[in-house]
Design a protein around this ligand. Structure first.
Ligand code: PGA
Length: 252
């Protein structure tokens, strides 16, 4: 089945020189590789979007790590969906746990962003997942349910095919701790059930459900292949093109 491999470069690549080095390494890694059953998506810091557009890495689709919901105007420091579109983005990560944690993003804001992204022809990669203490208190189900439901409020089912939901347990992001394969599968089933309640099963099936959190060549089987996820969201390992492409080859 067709898989999405999304690299979240976060706040890395501190100069255009680093960006160019990364791009040329990436091109080298892809040379001679047949990756036909995966969509490779890179989400660099927004300032590097023109650099990545110029680099024209074969097979790579661009995405962003965040956006504001308004189209333009007096919103100091923000980037709009149409700007992202005009700089080559097809995807945008929304509601990442680091945005929720460090920038106090609330469910209502994530919802406005999801609606605006879809309206502007961007595919949202909506991140949901529980913290360590929420997991220990058996709140995984209620947290995921709340996050998915509120993010998709007023979203039409006709947009379902453009939606990606990333199950990212917060305790797994950046920690090298990963859930068991059956835990990922349970999250997948739960998310599908919630989506069915919102869109009906025919449309719910069109939503891609992927996994994120400490994905690497050694964990990808357990967190993606075994639980039947539609792809992965990769943080640290996406900073090394060799590892990123290797993960893609394993899912291809
Ligand atoms: P990680 O990050 O792969 O470094 O754990 C994942 C993410 O934040 O999307």
């Amino acid at each position: 089945m067709y898989k999405l491999i999304i690299g979240n470069l976060k706040m890395n690549l501190r100069s255009s020189v680093e960006q160019e080095q990364y791009s040329s390494l990436f091109k080298k890694e892809l040379t001679g590789k047949k990756i036909n059953n995966c969509e490779l998506i890179l989400c660099p810091p927004a300032i590097h979007l023109p650099g990545f557009q110029k680099a024209k890495i074969k097979k790579i689709i661009l995405g962003a790590q965040n956006m504001f919901w308004e189209e333009k105007g007096s919103y100091t420091g923000e980037i709009s969906p149409s700007m992202l579109k005009n700089f080559g983005c097809a995807y945008v990560i929304l509601g990442h746990s680091e945005r929720r944690r460090y920038f106090c993003e609330r469910d209502e804001e994530v919802n406005l962003k999801v609606i605006s992204a879809l309206k502007n022809g961007l595919k949202p990669v909506l991140c949901v997942g529980e913290s360590k203490s929420e997991k220990e208190n058996n709140q995984t189900l209620s947290i995921i349910t709340r996050q998915v439901k509120s993010a998709l409020e007023k979203v039409s089912r006709t947009k379902a095919e453009n939606l990606v939901i990333a199950y990212e347990p917060i305790w797994s992001v950046g920690t090298d701790e990963i859930p068991k394969s059956n835990e990922v599968m349970e999250a997948r089933v739960l998310i599908f059930k919630i989506l069915t309640g919102i869109f009906g099963s025919k449309y719910a099936q069109k939503v891609k459900i992927i996994y994120g959190g400490s994905v690497s060549t050694s964990t990808v089987k357990q967190v993606c292949l075994e639980p039947g996820m539609d792809g992965v969201l990769i943080g640290r390992e996406s900073l090394t093109p060799h590892e990123f492409v290797k993960i893609a080859s394993l899912l291809n």
